[in-house]
Each structure stands twice: as structure tokens, then as C-alpha cells.
Write a protein that binds this ligand. Structure first.
Ligand SMILES: Cc1ncc(COP(=O)(O)O)c(C=O)c1O
Length: 511
């Protein structure tokens, strides 16, 4: 009989061989062994990018059959936290769960009474984007206060924060960095500091994006440290998004910067207390913080008296929060660890793919409006971005390549999307567009008008909803795929413009 170690080795060897044979189309675009793209086949907007390393990690962890979050999960949490330079990262089963836990943590009675989010308190958020950035605010009994979004950056119009503030009611700001474009952190952090508010950065689409500001400004906001991996420029502070204030969240669903299938994380930037609370919400609401399979970490398992329980009631079964169970499985974490090692290349590939599309489509600025990073005022092919005079800068590892169809264009956004679809080019709208127009939020407003507050007309969010789509930038896109995207758009625009000029010359003949 073959011994188990040898058997395992053989299984993993065969796993690698199988994966090499059947998954060649999923390798990073830069990998020489990647299957070339065949003209006429689909160009996805996003998807899993992996090799036999991820498949081996999944199978190896599955052979262990520990299943629930264990050593791989623990290692992933530490490695992600080290990459970001945050105190803790807590693995959960999705980005949506991460958002739910982050905001739930801020409701904990273990926090100072004046800062804790209580039912009816307000959390400022943005109208355009993904629904589960906002839904958890409602789910914890707080009131989302919507500010508008800027159609060029896709991000919150942070100049509206002041007007949205309600003394005694506003407790937090929770917003996403849209499509990998950091929102105006300098303005947001100054606002949060002024009123002593929590900040939750929904970093689900922005792992690997960074934001920098002049040192003097950073120090006035209590930052002096660079995130790991950033150059020590003495005049500036550069940090990853997701590391600027209290809490942030990640998604590891396949379109995101790294994947483990389903998955997400809550990053706890500094405060150990928030880690214990967030973990409690993730793990059934329990008061005990022992890892799975371990007892008595606190050394007084039978020494507590909490709530109205009898003295000495088992700490393992003591619940201080109305929690959930939102943990992923250990094999997911094993996959994630391999992906984490690829993250620096993935981050760069997204930047390069955005740049390739931007250059390739630069001739079409008459009808298409391209995204600008927050704080940029323009882009040109020789000098790149020009910047506003705040001294703040963004460095985007783009989740997608955002295109808006200008109102003067002789075609609509939907027609462009249909053309891309016809050529099997993956494209998406900016998620839910103006969320307030989604059926779920319309219903909420009808059922409970007091459940949300809206800061005026959401014209920017409407514009995003009506005129924007995005293409992929993910690291699986090869140069041939990007060239095809550029060509299809150029051909479509040429036909549209020609038929428009024929129509107008016919028109001028008639009149
Ligand atoms: C900004 C943002 N937040 C949260 C989520 C939710 O992540 P998940 O799909 O892992 O629940 C997404 C999903 O794409 C997202 O784009």
C-alpha cells in the first residue's frame, strides 16, 4: 500500500498536471503559457485569473479536510494585514458580509456611548454604486444619508458632506472607492475628524489603490506613516486605500483584485477593540474570542458574569452581540494566499490595461467621456494626468475602465453596450446606478420614508446611471483582447458618425 504522504504528493502532482491542461485560458495575460485569445470568442470584463498553484492549494487544503476556517485562514488574515499595514484583517464570506460586519461593529455597546451607532442615528453614504455598501446601514437600524456622486470620477461629491451632517445624529461615513478610484480622502477625513465620526472605506473594488497627501496635511489628520511597499517620500504620506481610518472592507468575488471564489475581509486599521467586536459579529455574536477548537484563551472560561447569566456561565456560550455566522471555508483562504502573492502583478496589470485602453480610445473624446482619478483635472498622452492644487494624489489600480457617452453623441450608452455585447465584449453598468431608483430603495421609501435621507437632487448619480458603462481591466486581458475592444469601439463610432453626417447632409438638402 502506498503511504499517505506519497499518495498526497501524487494527487497534487496530478492536480497540477490536470490544471495545466484544462485551465490554460485562465492564466495571467503576461504568462507565456497562457492560451492565446481566439478572435470571435468572448472577452470577459473580469474573472478568475489563476494557475495550477491555486488549484493545488485548494486540493491540498481539501485533503486536510479541516474545512472550517483554520490555519490557512489565520495565515491569510496575517498576510493581508501585513500587505496593507493594518492591525488586523478578518476573513468573511463576502464583501457584502464585510460591510455588514463593519457597520454592525460600530453599533456595539462596548464602544463609548456617544460614538456608538444607535437605531435612528445617521450614516452618510453615496447614492451611486453597489447596493450592499448601503443596505447594511439600513439593516442595523441606522439611516443612510445620501450625497450625490461625480459623473467623471464616479465617486462621492465630498463637498456635500458638511451639508449632510446632522449634529447628534451623524455617527459615520461609509462609502466605496468607485471602480478602483479612491474618493477624496483628505476632505472626508477632515470632516470625520471635525465631528469625531467613524469612517468605513468600502475598499471592495480598490485593493491596491493608493492615496497620498502632503505630509503636513497628513499629520494634521494624524497620519505620518506610509503603507508598506510605498516609497519613503519625506514630503508626502502615501497609503493604500482601506488603511486611512477605522475600518475597511474587501471582496474576493472573482471580478475583484484577488479571488477565492466567494470571500471578503474586514480590515481593522488600528483599534484592537474593533477587532474583537467585528469578530464577535462574524462569529455568532459570542463574547469569547477563542479560535475554533481552542478553549479558555481568556483563562477564565468559567469566571465571567455577563448579562443576567449566572456567575461562571461558560464564556464560549455567552453572546454580547446579535451576531451572524459569516465565516468562509479554509480551502478558500488557501486559494487566497496564492492570489495574495500575485497581487503586486495584478495591481500593475490593471493600471497598464487602463492606460492601454485610454491611449487606444483617446481619439474619441468628442463623443466619449473617460474617467479621471480623484484630484486629476485632465489627461494627455504625453504628460499623463494633471492634478488639482490640493497636493493630494490618487494612484488607481482600476476595477474597470469607465466610459460615459456624451449627450452630444449620435448614439446612446445602451447602443454602445449592445454593440459591445454583439462582439462578445464584456461590459457592465456602474452597478446599481442611482441606488435610490432601484426597486428596493423605492419600496423602502414608500414603506418607511424616515428610513433614509437624501441631500437634494442626485443629478450626478442619475447621469452615471444613464450614460455610463465600464469595460474590464482585469489581469486576464491580453493585448490582443484590448486591441479588439479598441477596434470594435472605433468601428462603431465611425459608422455612427458617418450615418449621422449622411442624415444631416440629407437634412440640409431638404431644408
Ligand atoms: C463596492 C462594492 N462593495 C461591496 C460589494 C459586495 O461584494 P461581494 O460580491 O463579495 O458581496 C461589491 C461587489 O462587487 C462592490 O463592488
Amino acid at each position: 500500500m502506498t503511504n499517505p504522504a506519497a499518495l498526497r504528493q501524487e494527487i497534487l502532482r496530478l492536480t497540477r498536471e490536470y490544471s495545466r491542461q484544462v485551465h490554460g485560458g485562465f492564466r495571467p495575460a503576461a504568462d507565456p503559457e497562457r492560451n492565446p485569445w481566439q478572435e470571435g470568442t468572448t472577452i470577459p470584463y473580469a474573472g478568475r485569473v489563476f494557475t495550477e498553484d491555486e488549484v493545488e492549494a485548494a486540493v491540498s487544503s481539501t485533503l486536510d479536510f479541516w474545512l472550517t476556517l483554520g490555519k490557512e485562514g489565520e495565515a491569510f488574515q496575517q498576510e493581508l494585514a501585513a500587505f496593507l499595514g493594518v492591525r488586523h484583517s478578518l476573513l468573511v464570506n463576502s464583501g457584502s458580509s464585510a460591510n455588514l460586519i463593519a457597520i454592525s461593529a460600530l453599533t456595539s455597546p462596548k464602544l463609548p456611548a456617544a460614538r456608538r451607532i444607535k437605531p435612528g442615528d445617521e450614516v452618510i453614504t453615496v447614492a451611486a454604486g453597489f447596493p450592499t455598501t448601503v443596505a447594511p446601514i439600513v439593516q442595523v437600524g441606522a439611516v443612510p444619508v445620501f450625497i450625490d456622486a461625480d459623473p467623471i470620477t464616479g465617486n462621492a461629491s465630498c463637498e456635500q458632506l458638511e451639508a449632510a451632517y446632522s449634529p447628534g445624529k451623524t455617527k459615520a461615513v461609509m462609502m466605496a472607492h468607485a471602480l478602483g478610484n479612491p474618493f477624496d480622502l483628505a476632505t472626508t477625513l477632515a470632516f470625520c475628524r471635525k465631528y469625531n465620526l467613524w469612517l468605513v472605506e468600502d475598499n471592495c473594488d480598490a485593493l491596491g489603490c493608493s492615496y497620498s497627501m502632503p505630509r503636513e496635511l497628513a499629520e494634521s489628520l494624524s497620519f505620518s506613516e506610509h503603507s508598506p511597499g510605498h516609497n519613503e517620500d519625506p514630503d508626502r504620506v502615501v497609503r493604500w486605500t482601506g488603511t486611512w481610518d477605522d475600518l475597511s472592507t474587501q471582496s474576493f468575488y472573482p471580478p475583484h483584485h484577488l479571488t477565492m471564489g466567494e470571500g471578503g475581509a474586514v480590515n481593522i486599521v488600528r483599534d484592537q477593540k474593533l477587532k474583537v467586536i467585528a469578530e464577535s459579529f462574524r462569529d455568532w455574536g459570542r463574547d469569547c474570542w477563542c479560535p475554533s477548537g481552542i478553549d479558555n484563551t481568556c483563562n477564565k472560561r468559567f469566571g465571567w458574569q455577563l448579562g443576567e447569566l449566572p456567575a461562571g456561565y461558560d464564556h464560549k456560550y455567552t453572546y454580547s452581540h446579535l451576531g451572524y455566522n459569516l465565516k468562509p471555508l479554509d480551502p478558500q483562504a488557501a486559494i487566497g494566499r496564492v492570489q495574495l502573492r500575485r497581487l503586486p502583478q495584478f495591481i500593475e496589470a490593471r493600471k497598464q490595461n487602463w492606460e492601454t485602453l485610454r491611449r487606444g480610445l483617446a481619439a474619441h473624446e468628442d463623443v466619449l467621456e473617460f474617467a479621471l482619478p480623484t484630484h486629476a483635472t485632465g489627461w494627455d498622452p504625453d504628460r499623463g494626468f494633471s492634478w488639482d492644487d490640493t497636493g493630494c494624489r490618487t494612484d488607481c489600480s482600476w476595477f474597470g475602465f469607465k466610459i460615459a457617452v456624451k449627450p452630444t453623441a449620435p448614439f446612446s450608452r445602451t447602443e454602445l453596450a449592445q454593440e459591445l455585447d454583439h462582439h462578445k465584449i464584456g461590459n457592465r453598468m456602474l452597478f446599481g446606478g442611482n441606488l435610490l431608483r432601484q426597486p428596493a430603495f423605492v419600496q423602502l421609501r414608500q414603506d418607511r420614508p424616515e428610513a433614509l435621507r437624501v441631500m437634494g437632487e442626485m443629478t450626478g448619480s442619475d447621469e452615471i446611471m444613464n450614460s455610463t458603462l465600464f469595460l474590464g481591466t482585469f489581469p486576464g486581458l491580453t493585448q490582443a483582447m484590448l486591441n479588439q475592444e479598441i477596434k470594435v469601439i472605433a468601428d462603431f463610432l465611425r459608422v455612427q458618425t458617418e450615418s449621422c453626417s449622411v442624415a444631416s447632409s440629407m437634412g440640409s438638402g431638404l431644408h
